[in-house]
Design a protein around this ligand. Structure first.
Ligand code: SF4
Ligand code: MG
Length: 326
């Protein structure tokens, strides 16, 4: 039930609240240890805000975050500091997220310094990390601008691993990279996941990228999850019209298999003024009168627990609970 609403205020001297941008508007999911949940949607749908709220970089407006059974929603001070070790972030743009005046060694050492790890231990760890991300030791004293985009993202990954985290929020980690490099970085991330038992929340706007790495996928639209399921099932049998449209946009190598492109009308409406009823009705090719009036609930639509929020998908079993299929 996670919500993050950013207030819109008017008046420079005495600001008064005149509305809210509902960036995340009631999102629920579970992340299984050692697995990857892909979080997909167009830009501005609330993916990054969801990730940052989980990391406690921003405070949720409402809802609860549980991490390894512990309610971390309102953790503060030292307890929050300790939690920071267990959860890390990999950014979209490795160039912007690496300090240009620091060497690779200093960049990777920084989080360890913050946690008081001594110099000898840091040195040893840096060598190990550069090795596991495929950058050999001699790169240590070079600066980010001396590396290619893919190498810089490897540095970003090494930094994220420095404190042996359990969960890594990957916020579009390959979106800024060339397609040929994307696969290499994703393969590396998969190898690291196996080696270190990492759990990923993998954020992307491209379903093609997420398909490869995810166990489960959640599709977001205007701050809400509209479809959720096992990656294969969601790809083969998308139930929500928005997922169907996103999937139809992925180019297929074999033209005979190319699905007919579903072109959505217009842009994503503003999260400050989301449409009533089903938030997708202004763009949905299947919208009916009912969609403008009534908000669809999340329904279980397959025996393996695939879920979709649309009035016209058929429910199987019972309940609208969010259950992670095993
Ligand atoms: Fe489209 Fe209506 Fe389903 Fe919303 S509820 S996705 S508008 S058909
Ligand atoms: Mg984003």
């Amino acid at each position: 039930g996670l919500k993050k609403h950013f207030p819109i205020t008017k008046g420079a001297v005495i600001p008064r609240k005149v509305g809210a941008v509902k960036a995340v508007d009631g999102v629920s999911f579970q992340l299984e240890q050692g697995k990857t949940l892909g979080l997909v949607g167009e830009s501005g749908c609330g993916k990054s805000t969801t990730g940052r709220t989980i990391l406690k970089l921003i405070e949720p407006t409402e809802g609860q975050i549980l991490f390894k059974g512990q309610d971390i929603t309102s953790l503060k001070g030292n307890k929050l500091r300790r939690l920071r070790k267990d959860m890390q972030l990999i950014f979209q743009d490795p160039f912007a997220s690496l300090n240009p005046r620091m060497t690779v060694e200093q960049i990777i050492a920084e989080p360890m310094k913050v946690f008081g790890i001594n110099k000898a231990a840091r040195r040893k760890k840096i060598d190990q990390l550069l090795d596991v991300v495929g950058l050999s030791g001699y790169h240590k004293n070079r600066y980010p601008h001396e590396f290619s985009g893919g190498q810089r993202q490897r540095v970003g990954i090494a930094r994220a691993l420095a404190l042996d985290p359990d969960l890594i929020i990957c916020d579009e980690p390959v979106s800024a990279l060339d397609v040929s490099i994307q696969a290499q970085v994703i393969n590396l991330m998969e190898d690291l996941q196996k080696e270190f038992g990492l759990t990923y929340l993998f954020i992307a706007h491209d379903l093609g990228v997420v398909h490869h790495i995810s166990d489960q996928i959640a599709v977001m639209y205007l701050g809400e999850i509209v479809e959720y399921g096992h990656y294969h099932e969601l790809y083969e049998h998308p139930k929500h019209p928005y997922t169907q449209a996103l999937l139809s946009a992925i180019p297929e190598a074999n033209p005979h298999l190319q699905k007919e492109r579903i072109v959505l009308k217009g842009d994503v409406p503003s999260p400050a003024h989301p449409p009533a009823g089903c938030k997708f009705h202004t763009r949905c090719p299947l919208a009916q009168e009912r969609c403008r009036l009534e908000k669809p609930i999340m329904k279980t639509v397959s025996p393996t627990g695939q879920q979709a929020a649309c009035h016209f998908v058929k429910e199987v079993g019972h309940g609208d609970r969010f259950v992670v299929p095993k």
